[in-house]
Design a protein around this ligand. Sequence first.
Ligand SMILES: [Fe+2]
Length: 477
Amino acid sequence: MHTIKNKSSKKAWAEALAQAAQEFPPTQLQILSGKIPEGLRGTLYRNGPGRLERGGISVGHWFDGDGAILAVHFTDAGATAVYRYVQTAGYQEEAAADQLLYGNYGMTAPGPIWNQWLKPLKNVANTSVLALPDKLLALWEGGKPHALDLQSLATCGEDDLGALNIGLPYSAHPKIDPKTGKIFNFGISPGLNGVLNIYKSDSTGKILQKTSLELDGIPVVHDFVLAGQYLVFFIPPVRLNPLPVLTGFSCYGDSLDWKPQLGTQVLVFDSETLSLVSRGETEPWYQWHFGNGYVDDSGLIIVDVARYEDFQTNQYLREVATRETYTPAVSTLWQVHLDPKAGKVQTIGEIMERHCEFPIVPPQDRGQRSKQTYLTVHRQGVDHLKEIFGAIARFDHKTETLTIADCGENRYPSEPIYAGDSQNPQQGWIITAVYDGNSDSSEVWVFDADRLDEEPVCKLGLPSVIPHSFHGTWKPA
Ligand SMILES: [Fe+2]
């Protein structure tokens, strides 16, 4: 007997989000092709929403899913992987009840109206990771990080890094200065106006210094820039309308207004003293992510940013959770030249016109000039509205050329992660987790960082599907 399936317009990527992801214990990975480079020794960590449904009810936005971490350990004995949900208090409570209990970025709390005040928000710990010498932090920008065991991914609990105990959030895009080992990050605490808190930690994560600055309204600030001796914030013209959220009638993600008339607010801080150097204003745009920043020979700050023309990306990302997208939201790579003393943008222009996201540079180049930026892009000729990114690429800043690793039909890579070779400082590897919609399975692919147009040097099979994820990191052995 045959089952008749409804004809669906869903693309192959949607299947990776159809079911809650299954955890797996430490598992030796099968090599599907090539071999693991001898100088690739360490661990890839990735974080993303592992489940978008519980008890038959779907979450409201891709950002609402419970965080699950993939670790792939590369050793002399081969590669092993482990995949675990972050055991946040909210996750445990909802798992025991087998239903969603909390509100989140894109949903109000289910159940009676008083739940809007009792359970407005769950820390989903789903956005990124920070690998410290003795713990892994699962990051989420609305709250504290969760500490996990680096090897087993067992959750140890929330971590205040010695200074977040007064309810300060710790965002998901910390920056490690390769010259000093210091870790910079920020968090926006809500109030009548948002407060930008900036943190400087030592290499163990312990916060040594912090500062705060009251902002104009409550904006969305997802990422910032480390550029030489500066920390730079571009505050996009998105503001929270707090009343519907406070009264429980609407969630945070539905109460964000695009206000281009406000322009983009520019804030420049000194990374040594954390004091404000300058502030200014420039034209409106929205970004989730910066590629990198540095100070050029003339003293100007140069910043690469994946820039959107408006905030429609929020609606697009909500649709990803429904497994069907229809709202256009295109970001391309732009470069901003900023006078740090005056807080004034001198020039701004597009440097790559292809739709891209997740721009990164090798960690040793962070805050310095980098020869290249790695990013995710679309495959040639696909429907940008319906498909998600199917390729990763290397943008060469000198030649302004793009080298593309096309993953093939119905295959979807994650954000590229750069892993330096332990034996040769000139050599690097790009690691990406690929969901293959042809076989409904996930793999880990390793590319030579300078040869993305060649076949991966190694492909490893994962025990089960890893849903599309947000951010990761590489921790050298
Ligand atoms: Fe991000």
